[in-house]
Unconditional design. Structure first.
Length: 63
Protein backbone atom coordinates (compact mmCIF):
# COMPACT_ATOMS: atom_id res chain seq x y z
CA UNK A 1 0.00 0.00 0.00
CA UNK A 2 2.92 2.34 0.64
CA UNK A 3 4.06 2.04 -2.99
CA UNK A 4 0.57 2.91 -4.23
CA UNK A 5 0.52 5.84 -1.81
CA UNK A 6 3.83 7.16 -3.10
CA UNK A 7 2.65 6.76 -6.70
CA UNK A 8 -0.52 8.73 -5.94
CA UNK A 9 1.45 11.50 -4.24
CA UNK A 10 3.74 11.81 -7.26
CA UNK A 11 0.72 11.71 -9.60
CA UNK A 12 -1.01 14.41 -7.57
CA UNK A 13 2.01 16.70 -7.70
CA UNK A 14 2.34 16.06 -11.43
CA UNK A 15 -1.31 16.90 -12.10
CA UNK A 16 -1.05 20.11 -10.09
CA UNK A 17 2.05 21.20 -12.01
CA UNK A 18 0.42 20.28 -15.33
CA UNK A 19 -2.65 22.30 -14.40
CA UNK A 20 -0.48 25.27 -13.46
CA UNK A 21 1.33 25.13 -16.78
CA UNK A 22 -1.97 24.79 -18.62
CA UNK A 23 -3.31 27.87 -16.85
CA UNK A 24 -0.54 29.89 -18.50
CA UNK A 25 -1.61 28.97 -22.03
CA UNK A 26 -2.98 31.65 -24.35
CA UNK A 27 -6.47 30.12 -24.55
CA UNK A 28 -6.72 29.77 -20.81
CA UNK A 29 -5.53 33.34 -20.24
CA UNK A 30 -8.13 34.68 -22.68
CA UNK A 31 -10.88 32.72 -20.93
CA UNK A 32 -9.64 33.91 -17.56
CA UNK A 33 -9.57 37.53 -18.74
CA UNK A 34 -13.12 37.35 -20.10
CA UNK A 35 -14.80 35.31 -17.36
CA UNK A 36 -12.46 35.96 -14.44
CA UNK A 37 -12.18 32.24 -13.65
CA UNK A 38 -9.93 29.36 -14.67
CA UNK A 39 -11.13 26.96 -17.34
CA UNK A 40 -12.81 23.71 -16.35
CA UNK A 41 -9.84 21.72 -17.62
CA UNK A 42 -7.41 23.59 -15.36
CA UNK A 43 -9.70 23.19 -12.35
CA UNK A 44 -10.04 19.47 -13.11
CA UNK A 45 -6.26 19.07 -12.98
CA UNK A 46 -6.03 21.06 -9.73
CA UNK A 47 -8.81 19.10 -8.02
CA UNK A 48 -7.58 15.74 -9.34
CA UNK A 49 -4.06 16.53 -8.19
CA UNK A 50 -5.20 17.52 -4.71
CA UNK A 51 -7.40 14.45 -4.26
CA UNK A 52 -4.68 12.14 -5.55
CA UNK A 53 -2.09 13.77 -3.29
CA UNK A 54 -4.18 13.48 -0.12
CA UNK A 55 -5.32 9.91 -0.81
CA UNK A 56 -1.69 9.00 -1.48
CA UNK A 57 -0.60 10.59 1.79
CA UNK A 58 -3.34 8.71 3.65
CA UNK A 59 -2.31 5.38 2.13
CA UNK A 60 1.39 6.06 2.77
CA UNK A 61 0.88 6.96 6.42
CA UNK A 62 -1.65 4.15 7.09
CA UNK A 63 -0.19 1.20 9.03
Amino acid sequence: MKIIGIALVVLGIGLAIWGYQLSGSVGSQVTQAVTGANTDKVMTYYIGGAVSFFVGMFLFRKN
